[in-house]
Design a protein around this ligand. Structure first.
Ligand code: SAM
Length: 334
């Protein structure tokens, strides 16, 4: 789940901005990759330093419009790819990459766009596509079996009631197309004895993760980044749910000074440390930031600094999270 809420000006509120900037240090210039450009909150702050350059990615077509303004203003210091960050290695530059940032999840503008169907507070068709998708949440809910839905809700939502909710979806869809409000009622009825307000969060999270292939996106993005970042460069990730954070934490620990056994890295020299963790524990938003922007409360920032130029073999991360990657295969017939 991500960032946001500055309703006064309808702009996305960049989470942990000060902390990210202090880690990547753009004040002395250098080339940075903003993997999740969004409204350009991070990129803008980096580009305020005249010697800094940004190469940005975002899968959402709407970010392209904002990127056009950046191109006019910052000229050759800014490039934009309307592509997924799993394709980060398509960049064409001979520059050293000083920082790579991921601010995962969705932006304020995306969640407030009813046509994207990301929020359980809106009515209408299930969608959840952030951009460059092959199928929607509607396709999943309409076509997959109860067993398949259960697996998705269990692995990507960690929802205790996955089985019963899946069965109810399959029986309800015989009579009508399941809209956002229908899914919310199914969940609310199933969890009627629970007192928490947002009973739908986990199921909606699971559908969003699958529609946007968020697990393979993150794993590919991280695994390519660690060989793209220059020596002394930093990779910083802001995550918003426990699955993202678990992947990031494991990956960073394994390739850094914190790893327990030198099983994987680097190739040809299993003793050398490839990265250093900037901090052992994740950096969290301050009380003041949470008061200003409530959704930032679930944000966690982790970062690592490269200490070698040796190529890193990242097969281990695909093996470790194979059980999550397998879930994506369920959608191959959609
Ligand atoms: C939390 S917002 C980023 C906000 C940005 N840091 C700012 O300050 O404006 C996340 C953005 O990442 C984009 N995104 C999510 N997954 C992506 C992926 N796999 N590849 C490219 N963009 C992605 C979303 O479309 C969204 O615009």
């Amino acid at each position: 789940m991500s960032a946001t809420i500055v309703p006064e000006n309808n702009l996305h509120y960049p989470v942990l901005l000060k902390e990210v900037l202090s880690i990547i240090s753009p004040q002395n210039g250098g080339t940075f990759i903003d993997c999740t450009f969004g409204q350009g909150g991070y990129s803008k702050k980096i580009l305020q330093f005249p010697k800094a350059k940004v190469i940005a990615f975002d899968r959402d077509q709407k970010s392209k419009l904002i990127a056009e303004n950046f191109k006019n203003k910052f000229k050759d210091r800014f490039q934009f790819y309307n592509r997924k960050f799993s394709e980060i290695d398509i960049i064409k530059t001979t520059d050293q990459i000083k920082g790579i940032i991921f601010d995962l999840g969705f932006s304020y503008n995306q969640i407030k766009d009813p046509s994207k169907g990301l929020s359980f507070n809106y009515k209408g068709k299930l969608n959840m596509k952030m951009g460059l998708n092959k199928f929607s949440a509607e396709d999943i809910v309409k076509n997959l079996t109860a067993k398949e839905l259960e697996k998705i809700f269990k692995y990507y939502g960690e929802e205790k009631h996955s089985k019963i909710i899946s069965k109810k979806i399959v029986s309800e869809r015989k009579y009508k197309d399941i809209l956002t409000e229908d899914l919310v009622s199914i969940i609310n009825l199933t969890k009627k004895n629970y007192t928490n307000k947002n009973k739908s969060t986990k199921i909606f999270q699971a559908l969003r993760i699958l529609v946007n292939n968020e697990i393979s996106e993150l794993i590919l993005g991280l695994s390519k980044s660690c060989n793209l970042i220059s020596k002394n460069g930093v990779i910083a990730v802001v995550s918003f749910h426990s699955i993202e954070d678990r992947i990031c934490k494991f990956f960073f620990n394994e390739i850094s000074n914190l790893r327990k056994v030198s099983r994987y890295l680097p190739i040809n020299n299993t003793k050398e440390v490839s990265f250093n963790l900037i901090k052992k524990k994740p950096i969290l938003p301050t009380k003041t930031e949470i008061e200003k922007n409530a959704p930032s409360r679930s944000a966690k920032l982790r970062a690592i600094k490269r200490s070698t130029t040796k190529k890193i073999d990242t097969k281990f991360i695909f093996e470790k999270f194979r059980y999550l990657l397998e879930v994506e295969k369920i959608t191959s017939r959609l």
